[in-house]
Design a protein around this ligand. Structure first.
Ligand code: AMP
Ligand code: MG
Length: 419
């Protein structure tokens, strides 16, 4: 029996479904302070304000000689009076007619503002720097104090995902610890009596469960903590108790399989009983069936979100990419970051039915003229994981698009480190 709050809507555009899911998400607010060294992929829970200038002092962008540009207009032979090496600055200001040897990153002394690269320097027999034969511009090759990040400015904003560059930037500010959103806890399980876990004996009609491991891996790459609940057998009581238990303890439950129309699994019925669910038929291929909803428990104050992804492995991955990942981004306290659609020239014909969005697996590369081109990986069955391993992108063919001819312009999205 469908519950009263069930909505079954047919053939919804991908963007409508994305919007409905994202509108339903309330970001988590719990945060914790952790060491910078363990903060990869975490989300900043507060702005980080720079307490120092970066760089902290004017320094040389090249190895060479430092002097005052205006002074060098008057004194064409400069006396080399010392050196400034990284970590070992020259003490004292430069006087008129003087220069020093300097290495990249070393402090530029007081009164100097110009660095002449080593390769261009002309030294006289008595070790004077002869600036006559060279062209220089006053101020050249000098990195200014605070030019990267000025003291008092926001180095990184709340909601930023910490990738390697962000971690480096925080370290450059001297920050040892950061306040980050807690990690999302996500429970996953597979459904279907045919499923076997690798290592188990295979029997007639059996299929090895590949979704759980790819789903778990995509979640790990997304920064979530994964709770693997295994394969649930097709028994409503067992599915219900697993869902209820998980809902008390995690932010999101993700299942795969058992949400297509006419599916024999009980997952759908149980979800309807426990939560406020939507069972959509999305106008896309692969990945038509999709369930999304919320379960409230008395144990957790927050909502537990639940996704029922299609069982076919490629459909599962594509649905994760377009629906689950943006939702997890919002939930974890960062902005939705959809990868940009890149125009490319199709190098071959691709069959396509008008009236639905298709995400074909593609291989993109630059041709000899520097244009982005894309070819298909071949057969596009929604169960064929080999198409995903060969591909480096998804070719996005919108609903109104018909068959693609060689030379046509299409758009693609890169896997973006996720797949
Ligand atoms: P379903 O959505 O349950 O109707 O499943 C659609 C297809 O995906 C069927 O061929 C299933 O055997 C297959 N499938 C479902 N779950 C998994 C899984 N966890 N791993 C691999 N294949 C699956
Ligand atoms: Mg099934």
């Amino acid at each position: 029996m469908p519950s009263a709050n069930q909505s079954a809507t047919d053939n919804l555009p991908v963007s409508d479904v994305q919007k409905q899911i994202q509108d339903a998400i309330t970001p988590i607010t719990d945060s914790e302070k952790i060491d910078l060294s363990g903060a990869l992929n975490r989300i900043l829970a507060a702005d980080v304000v720079a307490t120092i200038d970066v760089p902290a002092f004017d320094n040389a962008a090249m190895d060479g000689y430092a002097f005052s540009g205006t002074d060098a207009q008057q004194h064409q032979l400069l006396k080399i009076v010392g050196r400034s090496y990284a970590g070992h600055p020259f003490s004292g200001p430069l006087q008129a007619g003087q220069a020093i040897r300097i290495t990249t990153g070393a402090p530029v002394p007081l009164n100097a503002d110009t660095i002449l690269p080593h390769e261009l320097a002309v030294l006289t027999d008595d070790n004077l720097l002869d600036v006559r034969p060279v062209n220089f511009r006053t101020g050249q090759n000098r990195r200014r104090r605070g030019e990267d990040i000025a003291k008092g400015s926001v180095g990184l904003h709340k909601g930023t995902r910490l990738s390697p560059a962000e971690l480096g930037l925080l370290a450059s500010l001297g920050v040892p610890e950061v306040q980050v959103q807690r990690r999302l806890r996500v429970a996953i399980f597979s459904t279907g009596d045919e499923l076997r876990t690798p290592g188990q004996a295979m029997n007639e009609g059996g299929v090895f469960d590949s979704n759980r491991i790819s789903l778990g891996a995509m979640l790990t790459l997304s920064g979530a903590e994964v709770i693997d609940l295994g394969v649930l057998i097709d028994d409503p009581a067992e599915i219900e108790s697993a869902l209820r238990k998980a809902a008390q303890d995690v932010d999101v439950i993700i299942t795969s399989g058992g949400v297509s129309a006419g599916d024999a699994d009980y997952t759908k019925q149980v979800m309807q009983r426990l939560g406020q669910m939507n069972f959509w038929s999305v106008n896309m291929r692969p990945g038509r069936p999709l369930a999304f909803g919320q379960i409230r428990t008395t144990v957790r104050p927050a909502t537990t979100y639940i996704f029922g992804l299609p069982g076919n492995p490629v459909a599962m991955m594509v649905s994760f990419y377009f629906f689950v990942r943006p939702a997890l981004q919002l939930l974890s306290g960062t902005q939705v970051k959809m990868p940009p659609q890149i125009p490319a020239i199709a190098t071959e014909a691709m069959p396509k039915k008008i009236g639905r969005t298709e995400f074909q697996r593609g291989i993109c590369k630059l041709n000899a003229e520097g244009q982005m081109t894309v070819s298909s990986t071949g057969m596009q069955g929604s169960g064929m994981l080999s198409s995903m391993t060969q591909a480096n992108c998804l070719i996005v063919l919108p609903s109104g698009q018909g068959a693609v001819s060689a030379g046509d312009r299409v758009h693609l999205v890169l896997f973006d480190g996720l797949i």
